[in-house]
Each structure stands twice: as structure tokens, then as C-alpha cells.
Design a protein around this ligand. Structure first.
Ligand code: ARG
Length: 713
């Protein structure tokens, strides 16, 4: 009885938090939240937002690829998403001769659309609360036993939920595993590139402007999803047909004003708003700064090579962008966490919780336990960062470490063939993306950083000893010479040696390989001594987090709450609003093409522009997309919505359910948002749909795409 009451409380807890904080579950939208949306300007009914039986806005929202959102904008399966979400597909479709990343691309007919192998989209078809089943399976259990029971129940429940091969069911633990929702998706594998602006528009401002407002990026790309002739998901085939969607978003080119209603539907990946002071401290002391330092090195060596050669630029572009994006994020996140003393805030919250918890056996020991847990793990946290961001920062070492599966199979004399087949495939993919000059330098630099920065008793036994034959361990040259010899001798780069190994797999030979010896030494060092501690740390954190949140809710049962982001469909709402980033400075809520021109730097890596854009600007040829009041073309705008990574590509929707922009970033002043939402400074950065259409129409000449949309003027 108590449990059900507890869950009911969670579900109707969809009441109001401060300002526009909140990533709400659209299918459990509370009346109070809905009323507030209406007050702010929403004109749609709850049913029009989300319905199981009838078509609703939610049917136009998709998971795009592995970590983005997209939206359907025509009755022929046309998709809008961000340029940075389509980036990998665009780079993959490009060559130095047909460089779509650099020059842009528009298919003027369906035949010209480019299949994107490996890219898929997913539609949400069903959500179900499976908390009772999961709780029944986990009843009375804690720790590893509880985790195992939940895993088993999850596998059983999801297996029963799917009725077709293209369906996938996933259970998401919400409120730190106090509630479990099952989501059933349908996955479509035939997704084709329809259009993209040149990178000088789609990534205008590059990493300098990334995570910042005022922003002038045209961060959009266009794809189409195809189905089999029966309308069902199907693998790529030339005679597949465009998807007939249940719903698509009309596009409004009326423009935005201050205080306009804005609603963002999408898939925020992860937040941790109930993070403890201990977690904040670990992040700002260790995890973030060392991740940033190691990424600095990787980025520097990659960039040196990318600048020299357009082929290398294409080859490394996507990987570089991904590393750089979170390099700046982690750096900014730490700075904001420290600036706003989130650590101190958390400590105050915890002190208040402890006062309440006194005399309650279930809750009063939570924080002393956290303290012990973090004390135990912290001495090794840096080592883990150095393994993931340092040792594996070398693509060669990362690939070599994957061969441990081969070693295991050989040792067990089971599944050797399969392991080798997988390794052959992975090697092919690795070699395609491998840039030796940068990787060699990364390999040397990260091996040296590990030597210098990690306590000696955490080094793999014997490895650094073996390097001494190349010189002194404090000398950079030693590592370069060693790295050069790894590159010259590993079978990973030598087809003949590799073939011989595959024909006669043998673990002595594998362990003799210098790349494998290196990578596996570090991995084995970690898995034998530190992984068990880390797993305990994670399990303890999960267990305590669940109890903490349970206590938090019990303490203030009527307070409004939304679950942390878990890459499940959410709805956030807010308004278009300017802000003051610091004393004496005010930011407008829109940017314009005039501002794009102000930032222009000829031939710059980040701020160059296509000649045609500048021509059209000179003629003020903005067509029907012009902002009459400003006599300019609006490029971007900001809203107060609560979003995070994963929301990229999400539609920004007005009160009538029409598309007004695409969300693509968060602002620097609120980069601590994963852990604490800032009701004053938080903004979502959006590209105005009028700029998107202007780029497609006036710059790209792709009137076929414009004609496919339902434009509201
Ligand atoms: N910060 C954006 C996000 O995470 C990605 C922007 C990509 N652009 C870049 N310069 N790396 O959604």
C-alpha cells in the first residue's frame, strides 16, 4: 500500500518548479504544468500534444542516430535536425572531390538523396509504467543482488513487449530507480541525406562560439526516412518509399518576439540534479580538469594534421568535433559549478536532509555512507580518467585493446572464429579513420602523461621498465621513439602480419605485438585491481542515490518534481527571453545575419563564409524570411527552456504546434545545468527556422524542399 501511494505521489508530482525548469514526461503531463503552459501561450489540448490512439505532436518527434533528436516536417518523411547531428553522415558522404561538408549539398530530387549507412531513427510507439513488476522482482534485495534481479526482470518484460523485429523495448529507471517506465520504439534503418548547408554555415563560429550566446550558427541538416512498400521499417533498398508519418510539424515563418511561448520536445540525454556535494567535488577536483587536459593534447595533434590536408580534415572531422564539444563543456561546467558554489549549495541541502533524517534508520546513515564511499574511490579516480581519456585517447591503443576479446576467446578455446571476424571488421573501420601522424604523437604524449601524473604504484607492472631501452622516462624523446617503433612493428598496420595472425591465431604472438602489449597492460592493470573498486563505487552510489531521492520525496511529498533526463522523450516549455550575463551587459534574444557578417574572417577556420551568402546579404535578399521589424534576417534566438545534450535537433514549437526553430545548444553562463538548473541565466540556443529556410531556398536553391513543407505565414 505504501509503495503505491509513493508512486502515485511521484506521478502527480508534475507540478510547478521554479521558472522554466523541468523536463516533463509528455505522457504524464500534470494538470498544473499544463495550465501553466496554457498561461504562457499554449493553444493545443493535452491530447494534441500526446495521445496514444490519435495522432499528436509526439508522433513527429524522433530519436535521430545515437544521441540526437529530429522532427518530421512533411508528409513524406522529411526530417530536420542539427548540422552537428548529421555531421558524421555528411562527412562520411563527402570526399575531397565531392566535399559536401565543405560546400554543402541539396538533393533536388529523391534519386539524389544519399543513403547513410549505419544511421537510423526511432519513433516512440508506447510507454508503460512497469514499476510494480520491477519492484516485485527486486523486493527485499539490495546491492548487486538487486541490480541482477532488476536486469533479469527487465530482460523478461522487454522481450514480451516487442511484437516485430524492428521494435525495441527499453526500460528507463526514473527518479534514481524509484520508478521504471518501459518505452517501445520502432527503428527505421533507411535514412538518407537530403541537404546540408556548407560547414561554414552549419558550424559557423566553430569551437570558439560553441556553448555560447550570441551565436550565429546555421546548425541544421535535412534527411528523409524511408520504409518498405508496406510502410513498415525496412533496411535500405532502392525501391523503398518515403515514410508516411502519423504527424508532421507545420513551419511558421511569422517570427519570434520577446515572451513568446516556446516548447521543446526531444530526448535530453542525462542530468543529475540530485547529485551530491561529494559528486560535485569529484567532478571539479578530478574528473573534469584531467579530462580537459588530456583532450587538449589529443585535439592539438589532430588539429595540426587536419589543417594541413583536406582529406585528413574529412577523415577526422567528426571525431574531432565530438571530442572538442565536450572538452569545452567539461571546462565550462567546472567553472560554473565553482562560480556559483554549487558544492556549498549541495552541502546546505544535505545538512537540512540530515536534520530531517535523524532518527530515521533508512535515511540517517546515507551521507556518512556517501562519505566513506567517496573516500575509498577518490585516490583512483584520476587513474580511470587517464585510462579512458589518455591511453584510449590514442585510436591505435583503443583499437588494440578491443583485441582482448580475441585473446580471451583463444584462451578459452571458444568463439575464436567469431572474435576474429569481429576484429577483422573493426580493423577495417579503424584503418579508414586512422591518421597515423597525429595518433603517433597522441600515443607518445598520453603514455608520458600517465607516467608523470599517476602514482607509481598504479602503473602497470613492467611497462615503463620496458621503455627504458628507448631512453630516460622523463624525456619526451623516449616516448616518441617508442611510439614510432610501435607503429612500425604492430601487425595492426601490417596486412601480411595481420593475415598470418588471423590464419594462425596464437596468444603469444598477440602479446608480442607492441600495440597490443601496451594497451592490454593498462587495461589489465585496471580490470584486475581498480575495476572491482569502481564497480563497488557505482553500485554504492546507485543504492544511496535511490534512497536519498526516496527520502527527499518523503520529506516534501507535494513538492513539484520531474525525473532526471535519461534519453527518454521529454517536453520543456518556456519563453523567448533576453538575459544579462554579467554586470552592465545585456544580451538581445535574437541574432541576425548582420551579426554573421560582423564575425566574418576571410579564410578563417571557423569564421569564413560562402561568397554567395555575402552577395545575398549585400543585396538584402531575404525574401519571405525577412524580419520586417528589424529589416534583417534573424539567425538565432534564445528561450528559457530546460534542455541538455541529446536535445540537439529538437523542434522549438510555438503555441499552435508549429515549428519556429531548432534547439542546438545551451549557454555558457548556465553550463552547470546538468547538476543545477539556473532559473535566471539558463537559456536554450536555437536556430530560427526562417534562417534554415533561407539557407535552403535562397542559398541552396532547393525549392523542392521548401515546397514540401507546410508553411504558415
Ligand atoms: N554544443 C552543441 C551541443 O552539444 C554542439 C555544437 C557543435 N559545434 C561545435 N563547434 N563543436 O549540442
Amino acid at each position: 500500500m505504501k509503495k503505491t501511494v509513493f508512486i502515485a505521489l511521484l506521478l502527480c508530482a508534475a507540478q510547478l518548479a521554479k521558472a522554466d525548469e523541468g523536463m516533463w514526461l509528455p505522457y504524464l503531463l500534470g494538470q498544473q504544468v499544463y495550465n501553466d503552459m496554457v498561461k504562457k501561450g499554449l493553444k493545443l489540448t493535452k491530447e494534441q500534444l500526446y495521445s496514444i490512439n490519435k495522432s499528436s505532436v509526439k508522433d513527429a518527434i524522433i530519436i535521430f542516430g545515437g544521441g540526437c533528436t529530429g522532427e518530421i516536417v512533411s508528409n513524406e518523411g522529411l526530417i530536420f535536425t542539427n548540422h552537428h547531428c548529421g555531421y558524421d553522415a555528411i562527412a562520411t558522404a563527402s570526399s575531397v572531390e565531392n566535399n559536401y561538408l565543405k560546400n554543402g549539398f541539396y538533393a533536388t530530387s529523391k534519386q539524389m538523396e544519399i543513403p547513410s549507412q549505419g544511421l537510423s531513427v526511432q519513433f516512440l510507439v508506447k510507454v508503460e509504467d512497469v514499476t510494480p513488476q520491477i519492484e516485485a522482482a527486486a523486493k527485499g534485495l539490495t546491492g548487486a543482488e538487486r541490480a541482477a534481479a532488476i536486469q533479469k526482470a527487465t530482460a523478461e518484460i522487454t522481450a514480451k513487449a516487442v511484437t516485430a523485429p524492428y521494435q525495441e523495448a527499453r526500460i528507463s529507471p526514473l527518479f534514481k530507480a524509484n520508478q521504471f517506465l518501459m518505452y517501445v520504439y520502432e527503428r527505421y534503418n533507411d535514412v538518407r541525406l537530403v541537404g546540408t548547408p556548407p560547414e561554414s554555415i552549419g558550424k559557423y563560429g566553430g569551437d570558439t562560439d560553441n556553448w555560447e550566446w550570441p551565436r550565429h550558427t546555421g546548425d541544421f541538416s535535412v534527411f528523409r526516412v524511408y520504409t518498405g512498400k508496406d510502410g513498415k521499417p525496412a533496411d535500405y533498398a532502392t525501391d523503398n518509399v518515403p515514410l508516411k508519418p502519423k504527424h508532421f510539424l507545420p513551419v511558421s515563418i511569422k517570427g519570434v518576439k520577446e515572451n513568446d511561448y516556446a516548447m521543446i520536445y526531444g530526448y535530453p540525454g542525462g542530468t543529475n540534479r540530485y547529485e551530491t556535494s561529494y559528486g560535485v567535488k569529484l567532478k571539479t577536483d578530478i574528473e573534469n580538469p584531467y579530462t580537459v587536459n588530456l583532450r587538449d593534447v589529443r585535439l592539438k595533434y589532430m588539429f595540426e594534421e587536419m589543417k594541413k590536408d583536406p582529406a585528413v580534415k574529412l577523415q577526422l572531422a567528426s571525431s574531432y568535433a565530438g571530442i572538442a564539444n565536450y572538452w569545452k563543456f567539461f571546462d565550462g561546467e567546472s567553472k560554473q559549478l565553482i562560480k556559483y558554489d554549487v558544492y556549498g549549495d549541495k552541502q546546505k541541502q544535505e545538512a537540512a536532509f540530515n536534520t530531517w533524517a535523524k532518527g530515521k534508520p533508512e535515511y540517517e546513515t546515507i551521507f556518512p555512507q556517501y562519505d566513506a564511499l567517496y573516500k575509498k574511490w577518490t585516490p583512483y579516480a584520476k587513474l580511470r580518467v587517464y585510462l579512458n581519456e589518455g591511453i584510449f585517447g590514442s585510436p591505435l591503443a583503443a583499437f588494440a585493446s578491443s583485441l582482448m576479446q580475441v585473446e580471451n576467446a583463444i584462451a578459452k578455446k571458444a568463439g575464436v572464429k567469431e572474435a576474429l571476424a569481429a576484429a577483422e571488421k573493426a580493423r577495417e573501420a579503424f584503418l579508414k579513420k586512422e591518421n597515423k601522424p597525429s595518433d603517433l604523437k597522441i600515443l607518445a604524449a598520453t603514455a608520458m602523461m600517465y607516467y608523470n601524473d599517476i602514482p607509481k604504484d598504479q602503473h602497470p607492472i613492467g611497462f615503463y621498465e620496458s621503455l627504458k631501452k628507448y631512453g630516460g622516462l622523463d624525456d619526451e624523446k623516449t616516448y616518441r621513439t617508442w611510439a614510432a617503433s610501435v607503429f612500425a612493428n604492430t601487425m595492426i598496420f601490417d596486412d601480411a602480419k595481420w593475415k598470418a595472425f588471423v590464419a594462425q591465431p596464437d596468444n603469444v604472438k598477440l602479446q608480442d605485438d607492441p600495440a597490443y602489449a601496451y594497451a592490454s597492460a593498462f587495461v589489465k592493470n585496471y580490470t584486475s585491481k581498480y575495476a572491482p573498486m569502481y564497480n563497488q563505487f557505482v553500485a554504492g552510489n546507485n543504492e544511496l542515490g535511490r534512497l536519498y531521492l526516496k527520502g527527499v520525496i518523503e520529506r516534501e511529498p507535494t513538492k513539484s518534481r520531474y525525473p532526471d533526463a535519461t534519453f527518454t522523450m521529454r517536453l520543456s516549455y518556456g519563453t523567448v527571453k533576453p538575459y544579462k550575463p554579467r554586470d552592465a551587459v545585456s544580451y538581445d534574444y535574437v541574432t541576425t545575419i548582420t551579426g554573421v557578417m560582423e564575425k566574418y574572417k576571410k579564410d578563417d577556420y571557423e569564421f569564413d563564409l560562402p561568397a554567395k551568402l555575402m552577395d545575398l546579404y549585400a543585396k538584402k535578399d531575404f525574401g519571405q524570411y525577412k524580419d520586417i521589424k528589424r529589416n534583417d534576417l534573424v539567425v538565432g534566438f534564445i528561450t528559457t527552456n530546460d534542455i541538455t545534450g541529446g536535445n540537439s535537433g529538437s523542434p522549438v514549437i510555438n503555441g499552435n504546434g508549429e515549428l519556429i526553430g531548432l534547439a542546438f545548444d545551451g549557454n555558457y553562463e548556465a553550463l552547470s545545468h546538468k547538476i543545477q538548473f539556473d532559473p535566471v541565466l539558463n537559456r536554450t540556443i536555437c536556430v530560427d527556422v526562417r534562417y534554415v529556410l533561407w539557407c535552403i531556398d535562397k542559398l541552396g536553391g532547393a525549392t523542392n524542399i521548401i515546397n514540401e513543407l507546410k508553411i504558415v505565414k
